[in-house]
Design a binder for this molecule. Sequence first.
Ligand code: PHE
Length: 351
Amino acid sequence: MKEKIEALCKEIEEKVKSVSSVKELNDLKVEYMGKKGIITELQSGIKDAADKKEYGMLVNLARTTFNEEFDKKQRDLNELELNKKIESERIDVTLPSKKIRKGSKHPMTRIEEELEDLFVSMGFDVYDGPEIETDENCFQKLNLPLGHPARDAQDTFYLEGEYEKYLLRSQTSTGQVRVMEANVDKGPIRVVCPGKVYRRDDDATHSHQFMQMEGLVIDENISMADLKGTLEAFCKKLLGEKTDVRFRPSFFPFTEPSVEVDATCFKCGGKGCPLCKNTGWIEVLGAGMVHPNVLKMSGYDPEKYQGFAFGTGLDRFAMFRFGITDIRTIYGNDIRFLNQFTRGDEEDVTK
Ligand code: PHE
């Protein structure tokens, strides 16, 4: 028996050594240790053995020999396989990489953020209202009842069917209504509402979609002087300290009195040039004192509260700033247009 087991151990050692794959190794395991394996059969012969103790020890020797050889071989094979894998998946780090295209902020986003920063520095909040609005918020509560002639200048896009009471807002003044209604009796308001607006327009300086920023201040004892001071500070910061501002009488249904605000042409400094059509002035804002009817409709007592509002088109600022000649290119999604506004000082994510 002893010789038989010694021979068996030798055989195991040789066979395991000669194996060259995990599959072959596992086959050997079945051959020796499986249900009908050689060692398993030997094990079951113990009941007939004369010297059970010795028989058991010898079978155990065979079993440990197999297990040890098996583990050793398995480790070797695993290592071999891993090395093969590493070899085949080797990366050449010296190969040139694919160029990642760098994005940049859209010129309108830049102007919007710049103006928001400016107003936040003056103590304003920023409110972002919906672009799909009701007729009440866009017109009626701004003192433009159904059939009012001033609606013509702001003809917009209307929704149909069950949504027919909705339209695409034609002005960010809708933000005035929403902010006032949400803040009745909650103290003073100082807010700017930037966002997209829509009108039925389409030429080089008018797009069916454009951007405005509305400003609203409501408090006790607010006067035209506050409006003038705020807009002067705004124009100077945006267009340069030397900028002068002038107010011209105008009309908006939701402000009384209403003004059109001009700033000295930043290109010629007021001397006259093609940009300002030789007037020396550029129109930058519509503004005025909030109409008592508007205050009343949104829950404020006009005897106690006053306010001023202003609205400005952001596209005009972007066109001035970046020398854009056709407003429609701003919304055309043409990558050749957008590539021109890549800023050197923006973070390059590829580095
Ligand atoms: N909403 C006006 C427009 O779109 C601008 C404006 C806003 C005027 C606030 C006065 C006060 O033309």
